[in-house]
Design a protein around this ligand. Sequence first.
Ligand code: SF4
Length: 725
Amino acid sequence: MKEKSVPFKSNIPNRKVVKTFCDRCHCECGVLATVENGKVVKIEGDPDCPVNEGAMCPKGLAITQFIYHPDRIKFPLKRIGQRGEGKWGRISWDEALDTTAARFKEMIKTYGPESITWSWGDASYHCHWITKQGWLYAMNAPTHLHSDAHYCFHPVMIANKVTFGDFLTSEGAPDYKNSKCIMLWGGNPVMSHPMAAKDIMIGRRNGAKLIVIDPRFTEIAAKADLFLQPRPATDDALALGMLHVIINDELYDKEFVSTWCVGFDELRRRVQEYPPQRVSEITWISQEEVIHAARMYAKTRPGTVHTRMGMLMNTNAIQTVRAISLIPAICGDLDVKGGHLMGNKPSGFKISFDIIEKDLRQAPEIEDRRIGAKEFPLLCGSESLALNNSHPPSVIHAMITGKPYPVRALWACNNLLLAMEDSKETKHALMGLDFLVGSDFFMTPTMELCDIILPPCSYLARDEACEPICTSNVVGARQKVIEPEYDTRDERDITYEVIKKMGLKFPADWDTIEKQNQMRVKGMGITFDEFKKKGYVIEPIRYKKYEQKGFDTPTGKVELYSSILERFGYDPLPYYQENPATPITAPDLSKEYPFILITGSRHVVYWHGMNKHIPWLREIVPYPLLQIHPYTATELGIRNGDWVWIEAPENRGRVKMKAELTEAVNPQVVHAPSHWWYPERKHPEHGCWESNINVILPNDPPYDPICGATPLRGTLCKVYKVEEA
Ligand code: SF4
């Protein structure tokens, strides 16, 4: 185990520089925080931190504008008007916590513990998540509402676990720096995971080839050797076509496949259904490009494939990730230098996934009551491969219908109204709740619907362990740099207090922040104070660990043909399937709604719904921009910068954005960013219906049969100019 420590020195009185870790996105970069007279005055990247090597992104750098923003929620609040009316009164922490605990107890008495849920956001991150899971556990409440569980990270977890028994094609696994061929599929790490983008550029500098597959020509596509621009939501067909070429050309790693894979013959037979000519017709990519990409990847060893949300927001999410993941699998790129690494987190460190998966597992009969467990057992039930999630759209429906049981109370720790598809239905659901408590930094449209608000402090006021997601072998100590801002509190402390005041017992012996911190590092043989002194711990990477212990699948091998999917009644082999509303599946509808809409992409200055308040960041992207091809725009009489309406089928209304004319998208495709709202609008809704693309997207079936994903990308829409003043 390699360790490194950075001394903190300053010669200026009342000024100190403290090393800690940013939590403003999943990268968790090491930073140096300069504090003067108890206030953070500057943040810069920690050059010694192996995660970011001194680099930072704009949102991390803008943290001083975030934490000292005049609109921060500074103390506990109680609603004094009607729900959503925007009338608030300051209350003490005692009153806020007593009221919250009493109302939750009432809910348990009236409707049972399953009537209570909490929605996870990114306000306080992993330590907060494990603490809240303890709260659910203590109540015997099964339902955790992680608003994007059905289309974000968790489908990758399911697809990876049924195939490899481990996370091998998600963040942290690809060894970009040492790879010879990096294939980015449906993700733009420059915007979503800046430190992965840094590593990709290092890999590129070291000679790696770069293949980018994306319906948009992105910043990272501009650096690629090969850029493929498929029709949105046809990635399953493209991956199967590439497998067809790799298998029929015998470019796969024969020894690895014969020793470590099961189901190769079945896969070989399946991919014969996807010759390049058919794949070309489905995907808009020429046969030659399909063949070229497959050969480039398979002949350039070792390679890595990064899959991300681009192909998860559709109704064939799991099979799509499976198909893509099988490319590095049959090429033998698993747990080798420059390939996909199996977990290398420092031994003895307690990672949050293990806590959720092992330590805080509820009884099977409770987990099987989780909403979605019956329909999506691999996402939600006692045999879930995706942690403790419920099916988010079904939880929203349960709030409205009371089925399968009433959900009457929510602790909202994110901006659910922006995050959930069909936002107006979500508002209807939240308006009808008996009790809604919120924890967030700003008065978002969701916080405006709460009865009580319990405001958390920022990461700069927290001591906790962190586990950066973009690396496979680093953990770090986030250090308390300042006292909690204003009258805010550590979110874990808030949760522990609510548990106590409800008369419940936390279900583990780490029932204080201090004990929780010690628990995370105890297995490494150090105290949390010692961990803070080190700053971070790096585990040396070991390769081919499967040679000692096999793969953690039922057969101990890579399951090209998945026995788990077969056992649950799903197709054990990947296949191609169209989304429900595309020019192929709904040709009549596509006459009225002629464009294919892709949504959900990230911009580096925002993180989900956050940061619209922050002047330095908002200045960079002041408005939501709809990317539209200049040919299309000209035909519609739209000029660059015009406001345009975007409307989808099924009468969910329309939202407006500014047109950005760009050849980055195909003339038949438009791209809309997600999570737009206008905090500067004084009305409590803060313009959340105006430009949030989720307003017009579906929350209803059909879903992905395995993980319940909704088709947020690759659906139909129309676009027209805003004519009214
Ligand atoms: S990449 Fe993420 S963790 Fe790093 S500075 Fe930016 S917001 Fe912070």
